[in-house]
Design a protein around this ligand. Structure first.
Ligand code: ARG
Length: 276
C-alpha cells in the first residue's frame, strides 16, 4: 500500500456536543466554545499542510454536529488492483447516520468505488479500521461501535487481511483512541484498552511500540494522532512523554490543542480521512 498523500476534512460549522455518545461527552453538553473550536480546527489544518499532504474539504451538512470527525462515516483505501474503494459505515447512533450519505456522494464524485456492506453489523469506518502504514493489512477494532463480523466483508472488499482487535473498555471506544500506527515499524499504543492477545499481535507487527500512559491516553487522547509520509506526526497537545519518544525516534512532531473536540471524544486522527 502506498502512504496517503491527501486527507478529507470537514469544517466544524455545526460542531457541538448535544448528547452523550461516548464517556468523554458526559457533562459537556452546552460547553463547547465554538470560536475556539474553529481556531483549533484551522490550526490542525495548518499542521496537516505542514506535513506535506493535500487537504480536501467536504462541506458540512446542516444539523450534523459530529461531521467534523471525517474518519467515521466511511473507510477508504485501495483494493488489490489499486482501485480506490470506500466502504460506507453503519453508524451506531442514528444522529450520525445522515453523515454517511454526504460522504458517499463526495467519494462517488471523486472516483471511488463506493461499497455498502449488507447485514446488521455495526461499522464506524476509520475510527476502528486502520491501515498498517505501507502494508496491505488492516487492523480492525471492534466491541463498541463496530461488530467483529463485518471484517470478513471488509477483508474481501479490499483484498487485504484484517486483524481484529477487541476493545476492552468503554472509554476507549474506537481503535483510534488507543492505537496509532505511525509508520511500518512504529505505533503508539495504550495497552489497558486492548486484550493481551491483541497487544501480542501488535507487538509482533510493530518492532517499536510506544506505550502511552494513563494520563496522556485519557486526558490528551495521545493515541488519536495522525502520521504522514513516514516522517511527520500531528499529535494532541498535553502528551509530552509520547511526543518526546516520537522525537527521539526521529519523527517531526507538531502538537495541536484540540480541547474543544476532546469534549466530543475526538481529536486529530478522527478529524480527517486518509486518501490514497
Ligand atoms: N462524538 C463523536 C462520537 O462519539 C466522536 C467521534 C470521534 N471519532 C473517533 N474516531 N474517535 O461518535
Amino acid at each position: 500500500m502506498p502512504l496517503p498523500r491527501a486527507v478529507l476534512v470537514c469544517p466544524p460549522d455545526c460542531f457541538d456536543v448535544v448528547d452523550v455518545k461516548n464517556p468523554f461527552m458526559e457533562g459537556q453538553q452546552g460547553h463547547v466554545d465554538y470560536r475556539l473550536a474553529k481556531r483549533q480546527w484551522h490550526e490542525v489544518m495548518r499542521a496537516f499542510e505542514q506535513a506535506g499532504v493535500e487537504v480536501r474539504e467536504l462541506p458540512p451538512a446542516p444539523g450534523c454536529e459530529d461531521m467534523v470527525f471525517c474518519a467515521n462515516p466511511v473507510f477508504a483505501g485501495l483494493d488489490g488492483d489499486g482501485q480506490r474503494v470506500c466502504v460506507l459505515s453503519h453508524m451506531r447512533f442514528s444522529s450520525r447516520q445522515p453523515e454517511v450519505a454526504a460522504h458517499a456522494r463526495w467519494y462517488r464524485e471523486n472516483g471511488y468505488h463506493v461499497v455498502e456492506i449488507a447485514g446488521p453489523g455495526l461499522f464506524e469506518g476509520s475510527g476502528d479500521a486502520l491501515w498498517h502504514p505501507g502494508r496491505r493489512l488492516i487492523w480492525g477494532g471492534y466491541g463498541q461501535r463496530t461488530s467483529k463480523e463485518v471484517y470478513a466483508k471488509i477483508s474481501r472488499v479490499f483484498d487485504a487481511p484484517v486483524i481484529p482487535l477487541e476493545l476492552k473498555t468503554e472509554l476507549f471506544y474506537h481503535l483510534d483512541t488507543c492505537f496509532c500506527p505511525v509508520d511500518e515499524r512504529t505505533a503508539l499504543v495504550y495497552p489497558p484498552a486492548l486484550t493481551g492477545e491483541g497487544l501480542e499481535l501488535l507487538r509482533q507487527a510493530f518492532p517499536s511500540v510506544i506505550e502511552v500512559d494513563d494520563d496522556e491516553a485519557t486526558h490528551a487522547m495521545a493515541c488519536n494522532a495522525a502520521a504522514f509520509l513516514g516522517k511527520y506526526v500531528v499529535i494532541p497537545k498535553g502528551a509530552p512523554k509520547a511526543t518526546a519518544r516520537l522525537r527521539e525516534l526521529g519523527f517531526q512532531v507538531v502538537e495541536v490543542d484540540t480541547s474543544e473536540f476532546l469534549k466530543s471524544g475526538g481529536s486529530v486522527f478522527c478529524m480527517k480521512m486518509y486518501l490514497f
